[in-house]
Design a protein around this ligand. Sequence first.
Ligand SMILES: Nc1ncnc2c1ncn2[C@@H]1O[C@H](COP(=O)(O)OP(=O)(O)O)[C@@H](O)[C@H]1O
Ligand SMILES: *[C@@H]1O[C@H](CO)[C@@H](O)[C@H](O)[C@H]1NC(C)=O
Ligand SMILES: *[C@@H]1O[C@H](CO)[C@@H](O)[C@H](O)[C@H]1NC(C)=O
Ligand SMILES: *[C@@H]1O[C@H](CO)[C@@H](O)[C@H](O)[C@H]1NC(C)=O
Ligand SMILES: *[C@@H]1O[C@H](CO)[C@@H](O)[C@H](O)[C@H]1NC(C)=O
Ligand SMILES: *[C@@H]1O[C@H](CO)[C@@H](O)[C@H](O)[C@H]1NC(C)=O
Ligand SMILES: [Mg+2]
Length: 442
Amino acid sequence: MRRRRAAAAGVLAAFLLGSVLAALLAPGSEPGPGPAELARRIRARYDEVQRFARGRPERRRLMDLALAPAGHAGPGPRLGCAALRNVSGAQYVGSGYTKAVYRARLPGGAAVALKAVDFGGHDLGSCVREFGARRGCYRLAAHKLLKEMVLLQRLRHPNVLQLYGYCYQDSDDIPNTLTTITELGAPVEMLQLLQAAWEDRFRICLSLGRLLYHLAHSPLGSVTLLDFRPRQFVLVDGELKVTDLDDARVDETPCASSADCTLEFPARNFSLACSAQGRCQGMNEKRNLYNAYRFFFTYLLPHSAPPSLRPLLDRIVNATGELAWGAAETLAQLETVLHLYRSGQYLQDSAQPRASEYRRLDSRAVPDEDYRCWPSYRHDGCLLSVFDVAEAARVCDGHAQCRAFVLTNQTTWTGRQLVFFKTGWNHVVPDANKTTYVRASG
Ligand SMILES: Nc1ncnc2c1ncn2[C@@H]1O[C@H](COP(=O)(O)OP(=O)(O)O)[C@@H](O)[C@H]1O
Ligand SMILES: *[C@@H]1O[C@H](CO)[C@@H](O)[C@H](O)[C@H]1NC(C)=O
Ligand SMILES: *[C@@H]1O[C@H](CO)[C@@H](O)[C@H](O)[C@H]1NC(C)=O
Ligand SMILES: *[C@@H]1O[C@H](CO)[C@@H](O)[C@H](O)[C@H]1NC(C)=O
Ligand SMILES: *[C@@H]1O[C@H](CO)[C@@H](O)[C@H](O)[C@H]1NC(C)=O
Ligand SMILES: *[C@@H]1O[C@H](CO)[C@@H](O)[C@H](O)[C@H]1NC(C)=O
Ligand SMILES: [Mg+2]
């Protein structure tokens, strides 16, 4: 299924580079967009998209896929539109400056996101006010969507939103409107994340570390995201993925001297070197890293982390905030944290008090007798992840209300076991998938 989808996306991208570009851009394919300045802007965007799409080995692979026999190669671009005619339950999920995003269910039942130019959006609106040319303005905005589609395809990675296809068809008054079909995510809600378990917040930061490493070493060169706010990302099964690539840039800033290489942020400016080739060195990578620090790491990494990991996490926050490390070092340090956490080594490092005695009740659960704790995986009870039974016992000892805990068969993304903590065990029931531990003394 997954391979088919990837193949389909490859085919779509190949067609895209041919037919869609041609149709969107060919002079005379529709009435002219109006003012020369608007035409110039469309041309500039077209050139940019073409540069991302052109001439690399990947392009050839895409062409090979496109030419492969039908059935093996998967559906062509028409299916994108056919799928759209058949969707059910389309629902608005969000919009930004340029695009509106909808969720919809495909005939097979899979939920996807549909992205299109937002006809009521700021981007189209301000262009129409400036040029009074609705079709030309649509084409200008559609080139952002096109750029994003080409980048999603060329930058494929677990932390880049997956492109499933696109549909290119006439709508009410505008010919050749473009809709992209992508993986569905959930908008990033920072307030919600701040209340999430450290383990889940760390996952976001690790996702980001992996993404930034990939962007710094991409087949297109070092890619920077000029607009890095959390709303340009979505969560897919707890993983962070970048969805908005309109404002991605590849070329490093040209310079005559280091005076041209100031990286400016509201709270801090950095001076970078100008290379002999006349480019600001590593500016793309560093911009991403500082943005990751100021929008994500500083809020999500340190607080309520396991105490023994704090020094390492504080170093990561500090080093990214000072731009002392590149993406490779930052990622290596984040992976080290993951290893220490997942392997339980973070527990051995700290002085552990001896836990009380707990009696084991196999295949038993305590359905009620809940209390609340923070940050819990359930709002109506205390559900936390632990490395092992010994850690669960120490957590229970640390909670004044806790008299028992129930090990479940569920695990978190790192493989840690989820455990319910309970105020007592007055009512115990059989449950093959659970093991209850009750405090022996007191
Ligand atoms: N795949 C997706 N799944 C769910 N929501 C999404 C998805 N992509 C984007 N969104 C939501 O839609 C908003 C607008 O999408 P975005 O690509 O950022 O458009 P714009 O270029 O207009 O900013 C995002 O801020 C995000 O909340
Ligand atoms: C839905 O799609 C299937 C093929 O995917 C097609 O046979 C069917 O006619 C479509 N239904 C509608 C209402 O378009
Ligand atoms: C950063 O540089 C700009 C332009 O040189 C300047 O206006 C601003 O005050 C500087 N900001 C900080 C925090 O130093
Ligand atoms: C990093 O640590 C140094 C030394 O403690 C401190 O002066 C600096 O403000 C820190 N920087 C950031 C971005 O946290
Ligand atoms: C135990 O887990 C299995 C597999 O996850 C599930 O099918 C079964 O219903 C569970 N049993 C109980 C009693 O919850
Ligand atoms: C669930 O975990 C218990 C131990 O707590 C184990 O004996 C049982 O086989 C597990 N069940 C499943 C379905 O994995
Ligand atoms: Mg956006």
